[in-house]
Design a protein around this ligand. Structure first.
Ligand code: 0O2
Length: 207
């Protein structure tokens, strides 16, 4: 309980929440512009949907526990890279890399870390492209660079990850073990499906 109270000081600080929301809005606005331009150029809708969230105290707590870290501001600052998160869902896998390249070329975006779980899927079968970026939020007191984790996925990857997340986080370890192997097989099938969908689109474009 004391750990929780310590955590709340950092996760529910109004100043930090405001900055996180501003950073999210900025990234979403950039992604919307990229989507409009790219969809026009490629002649199909590139982004299917976008979601954002600020990590809850409970989720931060679970993550710190999982990593055996103390509930301190320092531990959050150093280890929780997704306090502010934006998820962008594309129809096609190749568009993920187009969106990412355009975003990262912008001079006011600083890339801290790129984790390509599409080229290197997690053991669970999880696939997505993660970009941990810093974006400038202009406040009356000056500029502050805020960390945002952008997760880029296809609709199919998102479908799989939502289901997996429900199982992994809402159910216990026992259930996860029982069904994990089966889910991994579906992740492989989704990978194939994503590849076929790009081929199909190219075929249609060439007609
Ligand atoms: P939530 O509820 O989404 O916020 P590490 O494993 O230490 O290298 P770390 O810091 O855990 O890396 O980050 P990682 O794994 O690069 O990305 C974390 C986020 O990616 C997760 O956030 C999930 O959103 C997503 N993710 C990563 N692996 C999986 C997976 O196997 N299945 C699903 N469904 N999502 C995954 P949180 O904080 O775990 O959860």
């Amino acid at each position: 309980e004391q750990a929780m109270a310590e955590l709340v000081k950092y996760t529910e600080n109004r100043d930090s929440l405001l900055k996180a929301q501003c950073a999210i809005n900025l990234v979403k606005s950039k992604l919307q512009i990229i989507n409009s331009e790219l969809s026009l150029a490629r002649n199909h809708s590139v982004l299917v949907s976008m979601q954002d969230r600020i990590k809850t105290t409970e989720s931060v707590y679970q993550k710190l526990k999982r990593k055996n870290l103390p509930c301190t501001g320092k531990a959050i600052e150093e280890n929780i890279t997704d306090m502010a998160g934006v998820r962008a869902v594309c129809a096609f896998e190749d568009d993920i890399y187009r969106v990412s390249a355009i975003l990262l070329k912008q001079p006011d975006i600083k890339l801290a870390k790129k984790k390509d779980y599409i080229k290197n899927p997690k053991k669970s079968g999880y696939r997505s492209l993660h970009l941990i970026i810093h974006v400038p939020v202009y406040l009356s007191t000056g500029v502050e660079w805020i960390k945002v984790e952008v997760q880029l996925r296809t609709s199919a990857m998102n479908f799989w990850a939502d289901l997996d997340h429900q199982l992994r986080y809402k159910k216990g370890a026992k259930e996860a073990r029982l069904i994990g192997k089966e889910l991994k097989e579906y992740a492989d099938r989704i990978k194939e499906l994503d590849e076929h969908m790009v081929e199909m689109r190219k075929k249609i474009e060439a007609m």
